[in-house]
Design a binder for this molecule. Sequence first.
Ligand code: HEM
Ligand SMILES: *[C@@H]1O[C@H](CO)[C@@H](O)[C@H](O)[C@H]1NC(C)=O
Ligand SMILES: *[C@@H]1O[C@H](CO)[C@@H](O)[C@H](O)[C@H]1NC(C)=O
Ligand SMILES: *[C@@H]1O[C@H](CO)[C@@H](O)[C@H](O)[C@H]1NC(C)=O
Ligand SMILES: *[C@@H]1O[C@H](CO)[C@@H](O)[C@H](O)[C@H]1NC(C)=O
Ligand SMILES: *[C@@H]1O[C@H](CO)[C@@H](O)[C@H](O)[C@H]1NC(C)=O
Length: 324
Amino acid sequence: MASASNNFLISLVVVVAAAALASGASAQLSSTFYDTSCPNALSTIRTAVNAAVAQEARMGASLLRLHFHDCFVQGCDASVLLNDTNGGEQNAIPNAGSLRGFGVIDNIKAQLEALCPQTVSCADILTVAARDSVVALGGPSWTVPLGRRDSTNSNATGANSDLPPPSFNLDQLINSFGNNNKNLTVTDMVALSGAHTIGQARCTTFRDHLGEANINSTFAASLRTSCPAAQSTSTDNNLAPLDVTTPNTFDNAYYSNLLSQRGLLHSDQELFNNGSTDSIVRNFASNAAAFTSAFATAMVKMGNLQPLTGTQGQIRRNCWRVNS
Ligand code: HEM
Ligand SMILES: *[C@@H]1O[C@H](CO)[C@@H](O)[C@H](O)[C@H]1NC(C)=O
Ligand SMILES: *[C@@H]1O[C@H](CO)[C@@H](O)[C@H](O)[C@H]1NC(C)=O
Ligand SMILES: *[C@@H]1O[C@H](CO)[C@@H](O)[C@H](O)[C@H]1NC(C)=O
Ligand SMILES: *[C@@H]1O[C@H](CO)[C@@H](O)[C@H](O)[C@H]1NC(C)=O
Ligand SMILES: *[C@@H]1O[C@H](CO)[C@@H](O)[C@H](O)[C@H]1NC(C)=O
């Protein structure tokens, strides 16, 4: 029979092992991963992202969203970039007709294959491009852990179940970010939603919200001209900025908009709707540094979700298909 102290030791080992598992995979990532194998990888990505954003500011938003949609579905493994028509994530409801930026990633990948063949993963390119997009639009910078590898599959079912739709209420949003695959905190969720300080959404994603009680009536009326209440394929794809005040600047205006009930999506306004996250929204609206710091922290956590490392997966030669 084991003694009490042995039981204590066994429990201790179990706890330490569990803690190592919980943080395990991301501990294998390192910001210096390509320093010897592809020293110009990061500058190549940055130059290409800056050029793409200079040409079209919205591209920065699109690249940031691509990374989010990658990481939330079986981890940050570039599964979202595989364009297989048979059950791939690009065909899932949150993604179809909505995701953009693939050409920018393909272009970066082609440059990196010429520089250092089969060395830099598509998953890492996406992660770095998301950070560089935020910087290019005036937001914070942070150090990106690297060494992710690419998946050999893409899962539309997973995308449909793991990506939060704009119809979610606060509890559903908290659960979507905080479930056991993700472990993101409520503050992480509110900070990451601040990504909606840039980019645009289609009428079909905010039409219903325009008729809700918790929207600024002036704001709703101005949106109704291009997004009328009656559902119609001729207006479904009309765009509106997610941040009505500074649509192409990565700042904290998203939160000030929520204070004046000018969130574009139902899910946006849920963060400030007399609920438990009101105080976080007020803090981020009044304290830009609190927001940028929380955003950077949460982006690193999101970027570390379930990476493939070591000999898992592969380094794709083309981001849009598995190596043959
Ligand atoms: C909190 C839950 C979230 C919901 C319900 C949500 C939902 C949406 C929806 C419906 C759109 C418009 C898509 C379209 O009409 O084509 C959108 C756009 C966008 N989302 Fe989110 N999102 C969430 C969180 C995030 C996060 C965590 C990020 C990144 C960290 C993000 C980044 C973006 C960006 C940048 C755009 C604009 C993309 C563009 O202009 O191409 N979102 N989101
Ligand atoms: C999330 O937390 C739960 C409970 O602490 C843990 O069992 C799980 O392994 C964690 N998941 C990740 C991906 O860290
Ligand atoms: C996948 O993407 C590549 C590169 O953008 C393109 O050439 C190819 O036609 C696409 N295939 C499908 C099935 O969409
Ligand atoms: C795809 O995702 C669904 C939902 O998360 C999951 O049940 C299924 O096992 C996944 N399939 C593969 C092949 O990973
Ligand atoms: C509605 O938005 C305007 C700015 O467009 C603002 O001045 C006003 O205070 C807002 N109303 C409410 C109830 O927040
Ligand atoms: C919050 O509650 C106050 C007082 O009950 C009400 O006036 C206000 O409209 C509510 N705000 C939201 C966003 O529901």
